[in-house]
Ligand binder design. Structure first.
Ligand code: PAN
Ligand code: ZN
Length: 191
C-alpha cells in the first residue's frame, strides 16, 4: 500500500452533462466578476468603468467534489461569458501551477481559445467542442471566449499542482486577444 500523504477519497461516479455543462454531484462553484480581474486587461480605465457599471460576472467555475489535494484529480467546468473590455475578449485570470504539472481542457460549448505562456514562448490553441487542449507542465494558461455565445470547457488537473495568479500579473501571458470586425486577433502583450 503506497504511503499517501492525503488518503484518496472513495470511488464515486460523476454525472457529466456536456450539453448543460454541469457536473453532478456538485462541489464548490465560484464566480469571477470584473472586479476580480484587476490588472489583467490592458485598458485600466475601461476595466474600472465596467466595474462601476454593474461589475458583471465574467466567468463561473463549477467543480466536482474531488478535493484539490495531492494525488487527487479534481475536475471543473468553466463558463466564460461573451464580452469585451476596450476590445479585449473576456477571459479567465490565468495562472501558473507552482508545482509544475500537466492539465487537460476539453471544450464543450461555444468558441474559445487556450493561451499558454512559459515566460518565453507563447502558444494559442483554437478550442471548439470536442477539442482537448493539453497544457504541459510549466506553461501558464488562460482561456478566452472569442465567439458569440458563452464558452464552456471541462478542466482535469492534478490536485497538488497549486494555482499561482501572481505569476501572470508579473510576467503577463505573451499575447492579448482582441475582437476584430470578422473575428479576433492575437496582439503583443504590451499593446
Ligand atoms: C481551471 C481554471 C479555471 C478558471 O480549472 O482554474 O478555468 O481560471 P483561473 O483559475 O485562471 O481563474 C484550471 O486551469 N485549473 O488548474
Ligand atoms: Zn490550471
Amino acid at each position: 500500500m503506497p504511503d499517501f500523504a492525503t488518503p484518496p477519497i472513495s470511488p464515486f461516479a460523476i454525472r457529466f452533462d456536456a450539453e448543460a455543462a454541469t457536473l453532478s454531484p456538485e462541489g464548490p462553484t465560484l464566480e469571477r466578476r470584473m472586479s476580480d480581474l484587476e490588472g489583467l486587461f490592458a485598458d485600466h480605465d475601461a476595466w474600472q468603468a465596467a466595474v462601476a457599471d454593474g461589475d458583471p460576472v465574467v466567468y463561473r467555475v463549477q467543480s466536482s467534489p474531488v478535493p484539490e489535494a495531492d494525488r487527487e484529480l479534481p475536475q471543473s467546468i468553466t463558463t466564460i461569458e461573451r464580452g469585451t473590455t476596450a476590445g479585449e475578449c473576456w477571459m479567465t485570470k490565468g495562472h501558473q501551477h507552482p508545482n509544475h504539472q500537466g492539465e487537460i481542457y476539453l471544450a464543450l460549448h461555444g468558441t474559445g481559445g487556450l493561451l499558454m505562456f512559459d515566460g518565453d514562448r507563447v502558444e494559442w490553441l483554437d478550442m471548439t467542442p470536442g477539442t482537448i487542449g493539453y497544457i504541459p507542465p510549466g506553461w501558464a494558461h488562460r482561456s478566452v471566449n472569442v465567439g458569440d455565445e458563452p464558452y464552456s470547457f471541462l478542466a482535469v488537473y492534478p490536485g497538488g499542482a497549486g494555482h499561482d495568479y501572481g505569476w501572470v500579473l508579473e510576467h503577463g501571458m505573451g499575447n492579448r486577444i482582441h475582437r476584430t470586425g470578422d473575428g479576433f486577433a492575437l496582439r503583443p502583450y504590451s499593446a
